[in-house]
Ligand binder design. Structure first.
Ligand code: KG4
Ligand code: ZN
Length: 339
């Protein structure tokens, strides 16, 4: 079975073709980073308009991987939420139109479920399907969400704890803005942190002593803001790198500590990372070291599967369809939703 996936929940317009065994046939992502960069964050109205301009060419490009195009597609899966309503509507309307015109099943997919299953995507036909049995614990850390889940099955996913305030990616973006490093903040802080000393600036470790599996990053962000208010923006690249390294280590320590704790409490020795923050080299290295110490198997999807994409939506849609879960033309969008 081949599913066309469509994703437009935030600032990426994306379309992909994926087989139900996870093989990615095409994966097209039109990023709006340059559009939103001058504002230091996503401007919803600009995002919707850019999705409108991009959606048809992006879908057309994804369909080029099949000689007969849409006729060879078995179903259309589209992100239904959570996300920006105006942005989501563009993808959902496109999906509805294609499904109706070609009389294909239509499946609404939760964006977060897409992220949680993205580990099963395969981008090389020579690669065999991933041997990852469920249940597994997944840390989803992106610009909009930060939470831990236990994935028992495609339709049995339990939230173990989420952030009380900012998402981890949001904290990276806000700190980068504060330091004048541009948007998005994660990649540039990641790069600078590798050059700095994480012991240079003492910062609070978020939710360190709390028993819960929740996260909180706004206190850490405020601590960085107070440091800048007191000492000014770092004058040299070395000082900036030190501050980035100290901030990143605090975020990473919290993410890794809670993830390992979730695996331990649930007695599940498998941890999957997902979301844009999973691209962070400090997080990958710290998670690997901690998992090795604790006898936990770590799975980190390639970057293209971690950041927002439509392949994960197509794959999740295929799994839902295999379970008989499909939608009709009344499919609607939602801005927030638990899984
Ligand atoms: O999953 P994603 O592409 O979109 C959302 O659904 O939010 O994640 C984007 C977020 C941004 O906040 C960005 O700063 C962060 O992921 N990010 C990173 C890195 N690359 C992207 N954060 C830390 N280190 C990175 N290397
Ligand atoms: Zn996402």
């Amino acid at each position: 079975m081949i599913v066309l996936g469509i994703e437009s929940s935030c600032d990426e317009t994306a379309a992909a073709l994926v087989r139900d065994d996870g093989l990615v046939l095409s994966d097209v992502v039109a990023s709006q980073i340059e559009l939103h960069a001058p504002y230091g964050g996503v401007v919803p109205e600009l995002a919707s308009r850019a999705h409108l301009a991009n959606i048809v060419p992006v879908i057309e490009q994804a369909l080029r991987a099949l000689p007969l195009g849409l006729s060879e597609v078995d179903a259309v899966a589209v992100t239904q939420g959570p996300g920006l309503v105006g942005a989501l509507l563009v993808g959902v309307q496109a999906g509805k139109a294609l499904a109706w015109a070609k009389q294909k099943p239509l499946i609404g997919v939760n964006h977060l479920v897409g992220h949680l299953l993205a580990v099963y995507l395969r981008r090389d036909p020579a690669e065999s399907p991933l041997e990852l049995p469920m249940p597994y614990v997944a840390l989803l850390a992106s610009g909009g969400h930060t939470a831990l889940y236990q994935v028992d099955d495609v339709d049995r996913i339990e939230s173990l704890g989420a952030t009380r305030d900012d998402a981890a990616g949001e904290a990276f973006d806000k700190v980068a803005k504060l330091l004048g490093l541009g948007y998005p903040g994660g990649p540039v802080i990641d790069k600078l942190a590798a050059l700095g000393n994480p012991d240079a600036v003492p910062l609070p470790l978020p939710m360190r002593n709390k028993q819960s599996l929740e996260f909180s990053f706004s206190g850490l962000k405020t601590a960085v803001a107070q440091h800048v208010a007191k000492h000014g923006r770092p004058a040299s690249e070395a000082a900036c790198a030190d501050l980035c390294a100290s901030f990143q280590r605090a975020v990473v320590t919290s993410l890794v500590h809670k993830s390992i704790e979730a695996c331990r409490r649930r007695k599940v020795p498998r941890l999957v990372l997902g979301g844009g923050v999973a691209a962070n080299r400090g997080l990958r290295a710290a998670a690997l070291a901690a998992c090795q110490r604790q006898g936990i198997q770590l799975y980190v999807p390639p970057l293209a599967s971690c950041t927002d994409n439509a392949a994960m939506i197509a794959y999740a849609g295929a799994q839902q369809l295999l379970r008989g879960q499909l939608d009709g033309p009344a499919l609607n969008v939602y801005s927030t939703s638990p899984i």
